[in-house]
Design a binder for this molecule. Structure first.
Ligand SMILES: NC(=O)c1ccc[n+]([C@@H]2O[C@H](COP(=O)([O-])OP(=O)(O)OC[C@H]3O[C@@H](n4cnc5c(N)ncnc54)[C@H](OP(=O)(O)O)[C@@H]3O)[C@@H](O)[C@H]2O)c1
Length: 253
């Protein structure tokens, strides 16, 4: 029987989720990560985690599609037993998702519904359905965005549904406190990943604009975020719950 704790990281194949999975693995935690379509990226991340000496497995999941979740958790239950000799997970990191660049005036209902499903409804029911599998004393970390506090053009739908998980986080913390489960939300600033077509990383004007608007003088990197999520999953963070932690290098202070 493996005694390492286990984290489920949605969207752990790339970007912030990948760095989170690696940061947790460096703390001796085994990882189940999910991906939507990029299986090879997911398997590459699994290999990196294994190279750190931890166990890892990648499962496919569309976190925008709630009807898939029961089958996913059935698969996870089997995987926990066969891969880790375990019945429960200790940490749930709700990270998966994509962006939307559309003005408030032009956002379509289909675009709105997708943002709602992937960033709010999906997170709500992923977590609800995880509860029987989550250890008492476990941790939940939801990934939001700095755009719930300050604005950027064409992010109304995306930022609004992220705002919803910040409210949800507080209510979850209240309700799950009796089980010793902490629930916090990490709000990254602009991070150089594939997100939104890689605009923060690949568009020099956008990158320079963000650097100017940031106290620490540069755009964020995935490696600025995963370690903070890992901290919230560590024993040192046991008395933090219901909190929003912005990790933006001081963007738009
Ligand atoms: N980058 C930023 O500037 C920034 C800032 C603040 C907050 N965030 C938030 O941080 C989180 C991760 O962003 P990122 O920058 O790391 O993005 P990324 O590099 O584009 O990675 C997105 C990850 O989410 C997965 N994913 C996307 N849609 C999914 C769906 N419908 N179902 C399941 N998995 C899905 C992807 O899987 P595949 O690899 O299979 O496609 C991938 O693992 C998101 O919630 C995002 O809103 C990002």
């Amino acid at each position: 029987m493996n005694t390492s704790k286990i984290a489920l990281v949605t969207g752990g194949s790339r970007g912030i989720g990948k760095d989170t999975a690696l940061s947790l693995a460096k703390q001796g935690i085994n990882i189940v990560l999910t991906y939507q379509s990029k299986e090879s990226d997911a398997q590459a991340t699994v290999a990196e985690i294994q190279a750190l000496g931890q166990q890892a497995v990648a499962l496919q999941l569309d976190t925008a599609n709630v009807p898939d979740f029961d089958a996913f958790y059935a698969q996870l239950t089997t995987t926990l037993l066969t891969t880790f000799g375990a019945k429960r997970i200790d940490f749930l990191i709700n990270n998966a998702g994509s962006g939307l660049s559309a003005s408030f005036a032009d956002t379509t209902e289909a675009q709105f519904d997708y943002m709602l499903n992937v960033h709010f409804k999906g997170v709500f029911f992923m977590t609800q359905k995880a509860l029987p599998l989550l250890q008492d004393g476990g941790r939940i970390v939801n990934i939001s965005t700095g755009l719930t506090r300050s604005t950027f053009p064409n992010r109304a739908a995306y930022a609004s549904v992220k705002g919803a998980i910040e409210v949800l986080t507080k209510h979850q913390a209240q309700e799950l406190g009796p089980r010793g489960i902490t629930v916090n939300v990490v709000a990254p600033g602009a991070i150089a990943t594939d997100f939104s077509g890689g605009i923060v990383r690949d568009n020099p004007q956008v990158n320079a604009h963000i650097a100017e608007a940031t106290a620490l003088g540069r755009a964020g990197l995935p490696s600025d975020i995963g370690s903070v999520v890992a901290f919230l999953c560590s024993d040192a963070a046991r008395w933090i719950t219901g909190q929003r932690l912005e990790v933006s290098g001081g963007m738009h202070l």
